[in-house]
Each structure stands twice: as structure tokens, then as C-alpha cells.
Design a protein around this ligand. Structure first.
Ligand code: UD1
Length: 422
């Protein structure tokens, strides 16, 4: 089991380079199902979720070649994945549905898993495929879609990132044109549209609420470099702000992080953007008021890291989580360190500025786990963070090493099972 030892940290200093975005890379990998030509993705981060998706795509008949940080994928006749346990490991596995259906006229996928941060249904994905003419049959554990796709109008009740991606991945090979209304606008959507267009798709409106896709007979391969990870960058910014650090985050794209940068500025830190990336210095003092929203609102994935920062800010910080209904599980663990957090439904009230003391804590999910690593850096003494499901490594490429390179004392250790609180 992954266990991390974290010691109190006074001040982060130095520079780090942000990796490619997990949430961009996963849909790009699924795009490889759309063509028989090879698709190469550059700067692929070393993540558990990438490994899991490689396994799933291999089951789909995709050939995968790794060359250092490059991943090349191609498939002659892709098929649906059969292993339900693999699909249940990560939510993004549902993104094989759209491209398989579009390319072969058939897709069967087990209902996906991932972090238990809410119900996370896939009704919007399925309704999108139906709007393109697919027949859907659902059983309690899986969904089967079939039919030749024709363009259609899709309205999303919520601008779901995954549903927008899945529909895009299907519509690019459908006959005729498709409009997605109330589409997600996240930078990862724009990245997917850019890559698909490089593969020969005709998509306009990526990054706006209305995306139009002119379906093509076939797509071709390409070589693509994904955008940097705004959530990883935001996590490091919180760590730095928490410790009155002075840090340069190379490669971070400020335009992807506007909401976060506003919140950080409100706390009192100084941010500077230049061609190298983002520089943060100074001390965060003022508490924060945050409402998570779809992009360009404040990202739900940074709610937990910002909550870690708020633990050190005197006064009441308020977090309203509107995207997922069960995304405060880290608060209970932060309380073990001495944090004073009251949860009322979807609101968390943090009375910051109380002394924290190291204690054993458990990672409840991916971003919550990272936030606990940060909270451990605020606490006096030593915090042992156990991550029995390996959540943190699913989405961060060696976060402890990144933090260590800035002066933090965070290391992954091996403990005998009986010493680790489950
Ligand atoms: C993606 C990100 C995740 C991020 C989330 C919101 C990836 C791999 N993951 O997840 O890190 O936290 O966006 O920014 O990119 N919903 C439905 N029906 C559906 C689909 C979604 O009701 O068919 C609901 C979900 O339950 C949730 C909300 O919509 O409450 C947002 O989900 P969505 O935007 O789809 O998130 P994911 O694509 O799963």
C-alpha cells in the first residue's frame, strides 16, 4: 500500500515543470480508436490512470508502443473491452464508447468507476449517442450501443466534460453534422478538438457552449502534444502559498487557471506571469470563499488543495461544492490533524489558523489525497498518509518528488501492513 511520510515544511522555494494534463491525455488516447493510422502522443505523464487505459485499449485491440515519454497507438479492427474490473477502476474508461461506436457501429462498456466523489452517472453520454441514432440497451452493470451514426442535435442538461468528449469522439465519424449545446468549455475539451482537427475532423466552437462537428468518412493519425496539467499546477500553487513560498511553475498556462489565480490573489500572495510560467511569492493571509463551477468557474478538482491552504488562513473560509455531491471526504481526514471544518450538505466552513499536528490520515480520493499531503506539510511533526487505493499516483506523476524539489519533506515509504491504519 502506498504510504507517504510528510514532515512540517517552513517554506517552498525553487521551480518545477508541470507535466501534461491527465484529463487531456486520457481522451486523446481514446481518439486513437478512430483511425487505423498510428497516433503518437508526446510527453505522456507516468500515471496509474494512463497505465489502466493502456490495458483497456489493449483489450480493445489497440497496439501500444512506448518510446520514452511518447505513446504510439493504432488499431486495425478495434473491439469492445471485456474486462469489467479494469473499466470499473477509472471513470474515463467510458470514453472508449463514442469512438468504438462511431468506428465499428457497436460498443459495449461496463459502467465505469473512479473516485467515489458522487453518483457520477453516464446518462448524458448515452443520451448523446442516442441523439446520433444509436440504440442503447442497459443492464445493471453495462451498456450496449449499436447502429450507424448520423449527425444530430445534442443538448446537455449539464456541461459534462466526459459527455462532451464522448459525443465529440463519436460525432467526428458520424454522417452529417452534429451540434452539441451547453457543451463543456474546459481547456481539455479544446485540446481534444484541436487534436481531432489535426486528425482530419472538422470541429468548430471548441471552448464555447456550442460545438459543431461535420462528420468525416475517416480520420488519419497524427503526433500531438497535450496541454500542461492545470490541476497539478494549481496544487503546487496551493502548496507554495501555504508556506510563504517563492516558486516558479514552468509551463503553467495562466489562462487555464484564472479562477484559481483570482482566489490566490485574494489571499494576499503575489502572482507574476511570464513566458516561463507562473511565479508565486508572499504569504497567504485572508480566508477564501469558493464556489466550484464548470470552466471557467473554479474547478472542483482544486477545491481540496485550496481547502488545505485555507487551514492556515485565520478566519472562516467557505467552500460550496456544486459539481459533485460527495467531495468533502478529505475534510474528515483533515480534522484528524486538528482542522476545524463544519460540513453542511454541500458547504464546508473552515475555521482556519488553528495549530495542526501530524497524525495518521487516509487518502479518500485523488485530489483529496493530494490535499492531505499539503495539509501534512502545514502540521507540526509527522503525518503518515496512507493511500490504500493508490489514488494519488493515478493522477499525479510523483507529487512527493515535485514537492521535495521545492524543499518539502515528503517521501513514499514502505511500512509493514500492521503499522498502517486502514
Ligand atoms: C471530469 C474530470 C474530473 C473533473 C470533472 C469536473 C476527467 C477524466 N475527469 O470528470 O477530474 O472533476 O470533469 O470538472 O476529465 N453527470 C451526469 N450525467 C452524466 C455525466 C455527468 O449527471 O452522464 C454529472 C456528474 O455526476 C457530475 C457532473 O455531471 O455531478 C460533472 O461530471 P463531468 O463533467 O461529466 O465529470 P467527468 O467527465 O466525470
Amino acid at each position: 500500500m502506498a504510504t507517504y511520510r510528510i514532515r512540517h515544511c517552513e517554506r517552498l522555494q525553487g521551480e518545477v515543470t508541470v507535466h501534461s494534463a491527465k484529463n487531456a491525455v486520457l481522451p486523446l488516447m481514446c481518439a486513437s480508436l478512430l483511425t487505423r493510422e498510428p497516433m503518437t502522443i508526446e510527453r505522456v505523464p507516468v500515471l496509474k490512470d494512463v497505465e489502466t487505459l493502456v490495458e483497456i485499449l489493449s483489450e480493445c485491440g489497440v497496439n501500444v508502443r512506448r518510446n520514452g515519454p511518447e505513446l504510439t497507438l493504432w488499431s486495425d479492427e478495434p473491439v469492445s473491452p471485456h474486462s469489467e474490473t479494469l473499466l470499473s477502476r477509472m471513470r474515463a474508461s467510458v470514453l472508449v464508447m463514442g469512438p468504438l461506436l462511431a468506428r465499428t457501429g457497436y460498443a459495449r462498456v461496463a459502467l465505469p468507476g473512479g473516485c467515489a466523489i458522487g453518483q457520477r452517472p453516464i446518462d448524458l453520454h448515452i443520451r448523446g449517442m442516442q441523439a446520433l441514432g444509436a440504440q442503447a440497451t442497459t443492464t445493471p452493470g453495462s451498456v450496449t450501443l449499436q447502429g450507424e451514426l448520423t449527425g444530430g442535435n445534442v443538448y446537455l442538461d449539464f456541461p459534462s466534460v466526459g459527455a462532451t468528449e464522448n459525443i465529440l469522439l463519436a460525432a467526428v465519424l458520424a454522417k452529417g453534422s452534429t451540434r452539441i449545446e451547453n457543451a463543456a468549455k474546459e481547456p481539455e475539451i479544446v485540446d481534444l478538438c484541436t487534436c481531432l482537427n489535426e486528425m482530419g475532423a472538422r470541429i468548430t466552437g471548441g471552448g464555447t457552449g456550442t460545438i459543431t462537428i461535420e462528420g468525416q468518412k475517416e480520420l488519419h493519425g497524427c503526433t500531438y502534444r497535450p496541454i500542461p496539467d492545470r490541476i497539478e499546477a494549481g496544487t503546487i500553487l496551493c502548496a507554495s502559498a501555504m508556506t510563504e513560498g517563492s516558486v516558479l511553475i514552468r509551463g503553467a498556462r495562466p489562462e487555464h487557471l484564472r479562477a484559481m489565480l483570482h482566489k490566490l490573489t485574494e489571499t494576499g500572495v503575489v502572482l507574476h506571469e511570464d513566458s516561463a510560467g507562473l511565479r508565486l511569492s508572499g504569504r497567504a493571509r485572508e480566508p477564501v470563499h469558493v464556489r466550484t463551477l464548470a470552466f471557467p468557474g473554479f474547478p472542483t478538482d482544486l477545491q481540496a488543495p485550496l481547502m488545505a491552504l485555507s487551514l492556515g488562513l485565520k478566519g472562516t473560509s467557505v467552500f460550496l461544492e456544486t459539481i459533485f455531491e460527495n467531495r468533502f471526504m478529505h475534510a474528515r481526514e483533515m480534522a484528524r490533524l486538528g482542522a476545524n471544518i463544519r460540513i453542511e450538505d454541500r458547504i464546508a466552513l473552515v475555521e482556519g489558523g488553528r495549530p495542526l499536528a501530524g497524525a495518521p490520515v487516509t487518502s479518500p480520493d485523488l485530489r483529496g489525497g493530494a490535499a492531505l499531503m499539503l495539509a501534512g506539510m502545514l502540521a507540526e511533526g509527522e503525518t503518515l498518509l496512507s493511500d490504500p487505493y493508490g489514488h494519488i499516483a493515478r493522477g499525479y506523476e510523483n507529487l512527493p518528488a515535485m514537492l521535495r524539489s521545492l524543499g518539502a519533506q515528503v517521501e513514499e515509504i514502505t511500512l509493514p501492513e500492521e503499522e498502517v491504519r486502514g
